[in-house]
Design a protein around this ligand. Structure first.
Ligand code: CO
Length: 428
């Protein structure tokens, strides 16, 4: 079961080389299982027992159910669709001495740059074209080995193994061809099924072509690109599909732009989720007070990957809170509230874990390390409901090839399902 689930995830990730593909592939799965697509520009006529989803910018997605009985509140599970990568700039082609053509790219998010060298890369995202009175998106996935960022030979930098500061403008430019420039737009256009002249704008990114792998003495680990945060987004989606709740509206929410701070029209800091919940209320003819009462009975879980103890660097983790691959889901704390978990919301999540027999580990940063951040506190600043941060333990976060534990994915799916179908209320 665990292995089958991981295979399904790796397959999903392979088909989702960009945030736009994550949203589009989830939309397709939802439509197939009877969810109705809503456009933010249309009037919404929601019905009791109905199942819906909507997208913003083609890169953030929110799916929700309307309960059969009188609604008590929301069960919101939020994750993110984007991963650190390199974004292709306008006019990207750079010719070198008539022998090389490279693309001019810039960093999207905080990746481990060294992990992008010497491996086949390709290009995915979207292009925008005019169709009558509309500007529309067309997905792009070149889906073949197209580019590569070659390392400099050790003979040309003998100090390469003593630590090297990568320059994002000079070291990271992917090579896409020999000869002369002029090919790249044609390649992107062909993938989108349009002509190069039709392309008005684009949001295109590099991606690692290395396939996901399940490995280890007992096949207990798996590795792939974009585990952060497609693993949690996928687990949320699975739990959502397998659950029902006749008193709470279940909301599966996947935001773009977490890796660059969430402050965009479709990010967790936007009004996307707030607008969605308000529109559900308006469509169900609830008044303002009823809306605030529902919110007060709601709960949000933010699911974004967490750090396992590193086998070669065990001292980098907290002293008394140790998280490991295959140790279960991770509850993340931070006193400065980079993670929104507190004693009360942790108790809520631990109760769900207890009910369903899910292993739960606890993560803190070392007190002398700042650590990362995620979307939980950002989103709960927009929609003020009690919230906790959880994640799957992983190694090599923000590498172009990350590693996680096979057993944990199943635990996360189980927790998502338990949460969505739960009637638990937090009084604090
Ligand atoms: Co993340």
């Amino acid at each position: 079961m665990s292995i089958e689930l991981v295979k399904e995830l790796l397959n999903f990730i392979e088909k989702s080389p960009s945030c736009f593909h994550v949203a589009a592939n989830m939309a397709e799965i939802l439509e197939k299982s009877g969810f109705q697509r809503l456009n933010e520009r249309d009037a919404w006529n929601l019905k009791a027992g109905g199942k819906y989803f909507t997208l913003r910018n083609g890169s953030s997605l929110a799916a929700f159910t309307v309960p059969q009985k009188e609604m008590e509140g929301f069960r919101i599970l939020a994750s993110h669709s984007d991963s650190p990568t390199f974004r292709i700039k306008e006019n990207p082609e750079m010719e070198l001495e008539k022998h090389f053509v490279r693309l001019n790219v810039e960093k999207y998010g905080g990746m481990l740059m060294g992990t992008w060298f010497d491996r086949p890369l390709s290009v995915a995202g979207r292009v925008l074209v005019q169709e009558g009175e509309h500007i529309v998106s067309r997905l792009v996935d070149v889906d073949r080995d197209l580019a590569l960022i070659p390392s400099l030979a050790i003979h040309m930098n003998r100090k390469a193994n003593d630590g090297y500061a990568y320059n994002a403008q000079t070291d990271m430019m992917p090579l896409i061809g020999g000869g002369e420039k002029g090919r790249w737009k044609e390649i992107a256009a062909k993938s989108a099924g349009v002509s190069p002249e039709q392309i008005l704008g684009f949001d295109l990114f590099l991606y690692n072509r290395m396939k996901g792998s399940i490995w280890g003495a007992d096949r207990e680990f798996y590795s792939s690109s974009r585990l952060d945060d497609q693993a949690c987004a996928f687990a949320s989606m699975k739990g959502f599909q397998n659950s029902s709740n006749d008193r709470f509206s279940m909301v599966h929410c996947v935001f773009d732009n977490e890796e660059v701070g969430s402050q965009t029209r479709q990010g967790a800091a936007s009004t996307f989720l707030k607008d969605l919940l308000e529109r559900i209320m308006i469509s169900l003819h609830m008044n303002g007070e009823e809306y605030y009462r529902k919110l007060a009975s709601s709960f949000m879980i933010s699911a974004d990957n967490a750090h396992s103890v590193h086998p070669n660097q065990p001292d980098k983790s907290d002293v008394s809170n140790r998280t490991y691959l295959n140790g279960g889901i991770v509850l993340k704390y931070s006193a400065n509230q980079k993670y929104c978990t507190d004693g009360a919301t942790a108790s809520f999540v631990k109760t769900l874990c207890r009910q369903a027999g899910i292993n739960c580990q606890v993560f803190f940063n070392r007190s002398d390390m700042a650590g990362g951040s995620t979307l939980g506190n950002i989103s709960s600043g927009q929609v003020s409901v009690p919230a906790a941060d959880i994640g799957l333990p992983q190694l090599a976060m923000h590498s172009s090839y990350e590693t996680a534990g096979v057993k944990d994915l199943e635990e996360m799916v189980k927790l998502a399902g338990t949460f969505f179908s739960s009637d638990l209320i937090m009084e604090a």
